[in-house]
Design a protein around this ligand. Structure first.
Ligand SMILES: [Cu+2]
Length: 158
């Protein structure tokens, strides 16, 4: 019995070491964020590794998640979730991904996913034209993007 437990622990560790096990992250779609902000993705900024996926969870009603065309890396696929429905997106191309909730875009319901350490498309993402409060919130999120050096990444890891 003891031996069996040991063996299964080794098995789990081996999956981790092989790197074959991509992580699935969760972003909740909320009417009110953890700090009381109206209409919020939580977490609104997320750093993941290439091959990881993100599940956008329809915790509250009336939201969706969709990529912002001007704010994804070259060669990356767009996505568009349906209102009230969860959507899982796998991110294979490194870079910065801006996304929005369509109905609450002008209210600032936006988010950023940083995949890996390639920030080549950050400049073009920064110049994207965004409506209303999305502009302010996106600027705050862009400020959290790590350049892949100078230890900027650690602060965003949980
Ligand atoms: Cu929304």
């Amino acid at each position: 019995m003891k031996l069996a437990l040991f063996a299964s622990a080794i098995g789990i560790a081996a999956i981790g070491w092989s790197g074959a096990h991509a992580a699935e992250h969760e972003v909740r779609m909320l009417n009110k964020g953890p700090k009381g902000q109206a209409m919020q993705f939580d977490p609104a900024f997320l750093k993941i590794e290439p091959g990881d996926s993100v599940k956008f969870v329809a915790t509250d009603k009336g939201h969706n998640s969709e990529s912002i065309l001007e704010m994804i890396p070259e060669g990356a696929e767009t996505w568009k979730g349906k209102i009230n429905e969860a959507i899982t997106v796998t991110f294979d191309v490194e870079g910065i991904y801006g996304y929005k909730c369509q109905p609450h875009f002008p209210l600032g319901m936006v988010g950023i996913i940083q995949v890996g350490d390639n920030t080549d498309n950050l400049d073009s993402a920064e110049t994207a034209k965004l409506p209303g409060r999305a502009k302010t919130r996106m600027a705050e999120l862009i400020a959290q993007v790590g350049a892949g050096g100078a230890g900027s990444e650690e602060a965003q890891r949980d």
